[in-house]
Design a protein around this ligand. Structure first.
Ligand code: MCN
Ligand code: MO
Length: 758
């Protein structure tokens, strides 16, 4: 079944409207919670008048920060504590200032509007420049320069290597702020009953959420049940801890009734984390052939008004991936995480790694322009060869697994018909009536399968092991419980394919469950494209262990040595003796008859496996984009988008392709359409989908997808994650194409999004 494009088990329910999302869940006596969000970006709160709100029909109450003073604060950056609601001060527009609970959401929303908050404005620092200016006001007193974290990632600089390089150039690249914008915004329903609480939440890591809720309320974990039901997309933005995860349980406890919170789109766009927002200062040293000799990078990341423990550290991941697919002998990197009066930033599809891929792929194109060489040629002289794998990068612990980067580029160039495109480009340049043509390449490598605990300690919960429990039922069907919490990736399908192969049972006989801490053994969650590389291997291991138990029972039934058995069709057979065979069904039946089991065999066929890889996996490939640029309007049309992807063993070519399509859509959107922006007063300029340019189908091309399959030796399945690869590869393929179309006019860079105005 591995490698087969079977349709998704998930689809029947989702496509017929039978999905269950947080907002679908009803409880008796349900109350609704809405925030009063700050209208100021930086101000002291001088008063909150709730009197008009509390008298409105249906309103149960209004609470402010001081009402939650006894809830233990949660960790933030050193020197700071994390509050649930803004107390004396607001730090960005949209920050929750008070919370209203009412009998229905409309009453709660009306009441929230009736709460009068008075502010004493403070200077607003809506940009990095403003926050870092010498006269900037500290957003938090313990962080006087508005820098929440400043650190070198590499111990040494590369000044000597740059000095020794025959050529060098500098660039300043901007990776703008974007929003994850899942179809389903953030939602929580908490029901505190007796001495425990059940929380349904649209999250990516229910066990982590359970751990935090248990800690805040001083509860044993078994008294907290967190359920991530169907989740309507997340893209990383549902992996951070939102205050409502704690406020809804606390209010339910106080009120003795269930409390639901579901964001409206405008609330989501100002309240839930944004992504990216990096400025990169780059210097690169190279020779006349375009061989890159040294790279020096300083990253400044805008983390918004309240630091998120994940958000402040993401440039570490950017730094690790700065070398891209290339043999760059010396890299130096350092970064600063800077507070501004804007919505906080944290993970968004790729979380730190797309920013690296963008940087190095833009740099390679700049080197090519500088030398007057073809970007494909400059790539070829720098690509790491397949014979060099596994490849130790300049960063400790970052070792690329097996791949053939040059082969991916060759396949791409062939599919694009690259030389013909170049000839067509010349022809168009000479014809004033024709649109300009641009071709952009992106040979990328990404870090996936967030695993090895030591590498992820900085991020707490993002990495580590994953778990699976597998049970063969007496009728031969299989139930698998997996510790991840997928939200569109198709784990029911992919995990069942793995089990079918390892256990020799039909795909249809396997059900995969997840997302409920009362049902599933301890788990971590779905992020960092770890579903297949980490959880998939846990599922495989559980299946191998159960298959081994079954083999011992089969050997007993066949009166043979377990080592002499081979797997056949739906059972076991003594090697070379076709008559001596037993179907799996008979083995399962026997496994539930204790008096007939061989000694040392456990009753039933079941296993729980925890798996942590020793290494990450590194999906890679080559993407190419062809654009046309209208000469008089500057409008960009993506006319072709070609992907070559290598995610190791492909579990399901259809769902893997779907992952690439979705990621590429988001990458093209970052390159051409999307930007979360603020005015000088920190007021959001794109807080609804009227203003924030999410692409529709007609804004996106038809993708041409191809695969190279190079098994990874870093995990038994040989897989690499692919969930974030498209979003990592695409932005620079598009921007390189836009710049390529205009390069003969002297254009060297176009900042994202490449709007007609730009
Ligand atoms: N797959 C495969 N063969 C492989 C690798 C993956 O067939 N070698 C397929 C499988 O169907 C698997 C899916 O791709 O279920 C994704 O697997 P993987 O790459 O391991 O990633 P995860 O399951 O860990 O998913 C997380 C990843 C992340 S980090 C973001 S962000 C993201 C993404 O997935 N958010 C998504 N894809 C998303 N897709 C949807 N629909 N919605 C989101 O919010
Ligand atoms: Mo992610």
């Amino acid at each position: 079944m591995i490698g087969s494009a079977v349709p998704r088990k998930e689809d029947a329910a989702l496509l017929t409207g039978r999905g269950t999302f947080v907002d679908d869940i009803q409880r008796p006596g349900l109350l609704h919670m809405v925030y009063v969000q700050s209208t100021e970006a930086h101000a002291l709160i001088t008063g909150i008048d709730t009197s008009a709100a509390t008298t409105l029909p249906g309103v149960v109450g209004v609470w402010t920060a001081e009402d939650f003073a006894e809830l233990p604060a949660r960790p933030s950056v050193p020197g700071l504590e994390r509050h649930y609601l803004a107390g004396d001060k607001v730090h960005y527009v949209g920050e929750p200032v008070a919370v209203v609970v009412a009998a229905d959401r409309y009453a709660a929303a009306d009441a929230a509007r009736a709460v009068e908050v008075t502010y004493e404005p403070l200077p607003v620092m809506a940009t990095l420049e403003a926050a870092l200016a010498p006269d900037a006001v500290p957003i938090f007193a313990p962080l006087p320069g508005n820098v929440a974290l400043e650190q070198p990632v590499t111990p040494d600089g590369v000044a000597a290597e740059l000095d020794a390089a025959p050529r060098r150039l500098r660039a300043r690249l901007v990776n703008q702020r974007v929003a994850g914008a899942p179809l389903e915004p953030y939602g929580v329903l908490a029901d505190w009953v007796g001495n425990g609480v059940t929380v349904w939440a649209t999250v990516q890591a229910p066990h982590r959420v359970r751990a935090e809720i248990a800690q805040v309320f001083g509860l044993a974990r078994h008294l907290v049940r967190v359920v991530a039901p169907d989740v309507g997309g997340a893209f990383g933005v549902k992996s951070s801890f939102m205050p409502e995860l704690f406020l809804a349980p606390e209010l339910s406890r106080r009120l003795g009734r269930p409390v639901k919170f579901v964001e409206a789109r405008r609330e989501h766009m100002t309240h839930t984390y944004h992504g990216r927002d990096q400025v990169q200062e780059v210097e690169v040293g190279f020779d006349e052939n375009g061989v890159i000799l040294a790279l020096d990078v300083t990253i400044t990341v805008n983390i918004g008004g309240v630091p998120d423990p994940v958000g402040i550290g993401l440039p570490t991941l950017t730094s690790y991936m700065l070398g891209g697919c290339y043999r760059i002998p010396k890299i130096a990197a350092r970064y600063r995480s800077v507070l501004t009066n804007t919505t906080p930033t944290a993970s968004y599809r790729g979380a730190g790694r797309p920013e690296a891929s963008f940087l190095i792929e833009r740099v390679v194109d700049l080197v090519a322009l500088e030398l007057g060489k073809d970007p494909a040629e400059v790539r070829k002289v720098n690509l790491i060869g397949p014979e060099q794998m596994p490849y130790q990068t300049p960063f400790e612990g970052i070792v690329y697994d097996e791949a053939d980067y040059p082969a991916a580029l060759e396949l791409l160039l062939g599919e694009l018909d690259y030389d013909a495109l170049r000839a067509e480009q010349e022809r168009r340049r000479a014809d004033p009536g024709a649109r300009l043509l641009g071709v952009g390449l992106s040979t990328f490598v990404e870090m996936a399968g967030f695993g090895p605990t030591p590498l992820f300690e900085q991020f707490g919960y993002l990495g580590g092991w994953e778990s699976a429990n597998l049970r063969l039922q007496p009728d031969g069907s299989v139930i698998v419980l997996v510790g991840t919490a997928p939200h569109g990736q198709g784990h029911q399908t992919a995990m069942a394919q793995i089990v079918a192969d390892e256990l020799g049972v039909p795909f249809e006989a396997v059900s995969v469950l997840y997302g409920d801490t009362a049902v599933v053994q301890e788990g971590i969650g779905t992020m960092g494209s770890r579903g297949m590389p980490v959880a998939g291997n846990a599922v495989r291991q559980a299946a191998v262990e159960v298959a081994d138990q079954a083999r011992r029972i089969a050997a007993h039934l066949l009166e043979a040595d377990p080592d002499d058995l081979v797997r056949v069709g739906d059972g076991f057979q003594v090697k070379g003796v076709p008559d001596a065979a037993v179907p799996l069904a008979a083995v399962v039946e026997r496994s539930f008859k204790p008096h007939l089991l061989p000694e040392g065999t456990r009753l039933g066929l079941e296993s729980t496996a925890y798996y942590e890889p020793k290494n990450l996996s590194y999906p890679s490939g080559a993407h190419g984009c062809v654009v046309e640029v209208e000469r008089d309007t500057g409008r960009v049309h993506v006319v072709r988008y070609v992907c070559v992807d290598d995610c190791g063993t492909v579990i399901n070519p259809m769902t893997a392709r779907g992952q690439v399509h979705g990621g590429v859509a988001q990458g093209i959107a970052q390159a051409l359409y999307e930007k979360v922006s603020f005015d000088a007063e920190g007021r959001p300029l794109a807080a609804s989908l009227e203003e924030y340019m999410l692409p529709g189908m007609l804004d996106l091309p038809r993708y041409e997808t191809h695969h190279i399959e190079t098994r990874s030796s870093f995990n038994p399945l040989g897989v690499k994650g692919i969930g974030e690869a498209g979003a990592t590869a695409a932005p620079q393929a598009v921007v390189n194409a836009v710049v390529d179309a205009l390069a003969h006019l002297g254009v060297r860079d176009v900042e994202m999004p490449c709007t007609p105005e730009r």
